[in-house]
Design a protein around this ligand. Structure first.
Ligand code: MRU
Length: 370
């Protein structure tokens, strides 16, 4: 197993289990937020430090920090930094500034609902404490961002516990993009389920799709599983259907960026094709996501905004042009998988099965604030 490095930390979860965790993002105190720079992995393990909200917005836009839950937490930390910068000493101008900064952070990446979800939660904290001096509200916002980080870690562990029984011993699990520790505060959603099954000694093997053009599978999923000794084999994006036809895949397990009320799932481009291939080969297609990825305001996936990124990310590879000059490229970063193709959605409160309008509503309605 590759050696541990400074990018790991041992964390006690609820004072019990100690897990060695990748430090994807953290509030380091004195107004510095740092992200493990995911544009530089796996060659370099370096952090990018942000001291203001604009720097956090830029890091999200450039995908130095990425993955739905991680950009939600990053946004909250960015907003706490923005609050620190404010010179307003009365609530009204302070809150107006907070809303403006939240709007700028929310505009960085449109598909993952975790980002606006986290920002709204931060705004609610400010409103709730409006009678306190502004400096006390700033401290509450900082605490809320840290709480979001800690909560995400617990949520991922719970997703792992609920999802683990769905993975049969020896399962060959195909995943796409990166829904792991690097996409969250730690542990991961889809890869959290894999981690739980691996820890349970089930002998799980992962097939990681490379995920063009940002290569989250090749650069990130392969990196984080390999360093933990979880068996992982990299495959090209064109291989899954052929592997399924040869009986070399047992199930597909992916994360999500936004799930509509009816269970339609937005995730990294290519996910829809995987779900179709699963249906054709009679394989389960599982989605693992926290309830903060659920958007109950949307009836169906048709209304989910799909991020379009620069065509240059498609026409170049590691800074080198790979397509003829003048040829246009399309770069839709996400797709929507219809609920009818989703076998189950694994959340921190349990596993939702069709019909999702009912099962997701029941999970959402059950208990604490998301
Ligand atoms: O563009 P990215 O890398 O932010 O896309 C990430 C994904 O599509 C993940 O599958 C999703 O955010 C779930 S992460 C737990």
């Amino acid at each position: 197993m590759p050696p541990k490095s400074h990018i790991s930390v041992d964390i006690a979860v609820r004072g019990a289990t100690v897990i060695s965790m990748i430090r994807t993002l953290e509030w380091t105190g004195e107004g510095v937020v740092r992200f493990l720079d995911q544009t530089r992995l796996p060659e370099e393990e370096v952090y990018v430090e942000c001291r203001d909200a604009a720097a956090v917005a830029e890091a999200i836009r450039r995908m130095q920090v990425r993955g739905a839950p991680a950009i939600g937490i990053a946004g909250a930390m960015g907003l706490a930094l923005g609050a620190r910068q404010s010179r307003a000493d009365a609530f009204e101008p302070f809150y107006a500034e907070l809303c403006r900064v939240a709007g700028e952070l929310a505009a960085t990446r449109p598909t993952a609902v975790n980002l606006p979800w986290a920002l709204e939660r931060m705004k609610r904290v400010a409103l709730k404490h409006r009678d306190l001096p502004v400096r006390a509200i700033k401290a509450r916002l900082e605490q809320e961002a840290k709480d979001l980080w800690a909560q995400d870690l617990e949520v991922n562990r719970a997703i792992g516990r609920h999802g683990e029984p769905l993975l049969p011993p020896g399962a060959r699990v195909l995943t796409h993009c990166n829904a792991g520790a690097l996409a969250t505060a730690g542990y991961g959603t889809a890869l959290g389920v894999v981690r739980a099954a691996h820890t349970a000694g089930k002998g799980i093997a992962v097939l990681a799709g490379e995920t063009r053009p940002f290569l989250q599978g090749a650069r990130l999923t392969a990196w984080e599983l390999h360093r933990e000794g979880i068996p992982v084999t990299l495959i090209t994006d064109g291989m899954p259907a052929a592997l399924m036809a040869r009986g070399q895949v047992d199930l597909v397990l992916v994360g999500a960026d936004r799930i509509a009320r009816n269970g339609d799932v937005a995730n990294k481009i290519g996910t829809y094709g995987l779900a179709l291939a699963c249906r054709a080969h009679g394989l389960p297609f599982y989605v693992a996501a926290p309830l903060s990825t659920l958007d109950p305001t949307l009836q169906s996936g048709a209304a989910i905004p799909i991020e379009e990124r620069s065509p240059e990310e498609v026409t170049t590879l590691a800074g080198r042009r790979i397509a003829p000059a003048g040829v246009p490229a399309l770069h839709q970063a996400f797709d929507v998988t219809p609920a009818a193709l989703v076998t189950a959605i694994i959340t921190e409160r349990g596993v939702a099965r069709p019909p999702y309008a009912e099962s997701l509503a029941a999970l959402l309605g059950g208990g604490r604030e998301r």
